[in-house]
Ligand binder design. Structure first.
Ligand code: TPP
Ligand code: MG
Length: 330
């Protein structure tokens, strides 16, 4: 699939923004600035980027405990995300959600989610809304290889197929669920093969290659928009850091394994490809990196200088309103 120049620039910006956000966020976590544990998604940038490149604010995604990359790819603001992680009143959820509960319904971001697998039926529900109301919106459920063992995934895939819902199941197989290797816990070699059981297409994609993800996601999302039902995409990828900030991954994986994934880094992969095919100039790439580096400094400054939530706010927004949060957003 040819990628238009503007979209290419957006993809590079998004991947680099995710990478720098995660690096900055981890640094700040180690300085004691985060209001809780944080899970970095660096290494996994190509997945959310290649998929969300096909979405607009009218499409919905659901996410996981490792959700910063999904939020950024869906257009959320780095400053407000950083402030949320710092627990500040200016945060995306007024400092009450923290790293694992960042949401923005106006951008179609239904929320990161600390409960493994719990985001999946939210995307299916959004897809049901789209079908019922006749919207051309799609839902995308991001989840990990570990969530693949949750019953709710299989219930969701079955129902989405029976009802031909416009939803894409995006499994980010980063080869570990906490310290458990995927081979130890999952009976199939390719999680995408499980799609057959639910009569939907399933593809395994190199999750370190944003171009490959873009192509696979383009087909799955177009199929959903045509009303032909759900698909499963498995992205083979790797998280560069431990499960959460204080995890020590060398207790359960080798340096050689890590090096082999770093050698296939998604951002470097992208830079090489656009240089070889003369799709983007070096100057443009450098300018984007410079802009994002500054954006991260600004995000930390904004979070640092923001106030803590006021005590009067303690009980507001704690329970979701019973009215449909998706209503009126189209
Ligand atoms: C229902 C539930 N069970 C267990 C946990 C503890 N837990 C948090 S993350 C995680 C591993 C998830 O692995 P995976 O789905 O592969 O996502 P990844 O961390 O690799 O992104 C577990 C078991 C949880 N949060 N929720
Ligand atoms: Mg995993």
């Amino acid at each position: 699939m040819d990628i238009p120049p503007d979209k290419l620039a957006w993809m590079y910006t998004t991947m680099y923004r995710i990478r720098r956000f995660e690096e900055t966020m981890l640094e700040q976590t180690f300085k004691g600035k985060s209001m809780g544990v944080t899970h970095s998604s660096d290494g996994q940038e190509a997945g959310p980027t290649g998929i969300c490149a096909h979405l607009t604010d009218k499409d919905w995604i659901s996410s996981t405990h490792r959700g910063h990359g999904h939020c950024i790819a869906k257009g959320l603001d780095a400053k407000r995300m950083m402030a949320e992680i710092f627990g500040k009143a200016t945060g995306q959820c007024k400092g009450k959600g923290g790293s694992m509960h960042i949401a923005d319904f106006t951008k179609g971001m239904l929320g990161a989610n600390a409960i493994v697998g719990a985001g999946i039926p939210l995307a299916v529900g959004a897809a049901l809304t789209a079908k019922y109301k006749g919207y051309d919106s799609v839902g995308v459920a991001f989840f990990g290889d570990g969530a693949n063992g949750q019953g709710v995934l299989h219930e969701s895939m079955n129902l989405a197929s029976v009802w031909k819902l416009p939803v894409v199941f995006a499994c980010e197989n980063n080869h570990y669920a906490e310290a458990t290797p995927v081979e130890y816990a999952v009976a199939v070699g390719d999680i995408a093969d499980r799609a057959q059981s639910y009569s939907m297409p399933g593809v395994t994609v190199d999750g370190m290659d944003a171009f490959a993800v873009y192509d696979a996601a383009g087909e799955a999302i177009a199929r959903a928009r045509r009303g032909e039902g759900p698909s499963l995409i498995e992205l083979k990828t790797y998280r560069y850091h431990g499960h959460f900030h204080a995890d020590e991954p060398h207790k359960y994986r080798s340096k050689e394994e890590e090096d082999s994934w770093h050698a296939r880094d998604a951002i470097r992969n992208f830079e090489t490809r656009v240089a070889e095919q003369a799709l983007m100039s070096q100057d443009r790439l450098t300018a984007i990196r410079k802009e994002i580096d500054q954006e991260m400094l600004d995000a930390v400054e904004f979070a640092e200088n923001s106030p803590m939530p006021h005590l009067d706010e303690l009980y507001s927004d704690v329970y979701v309103s019973y009215s449909n949060p998706l209503q009126g957003l189209r």
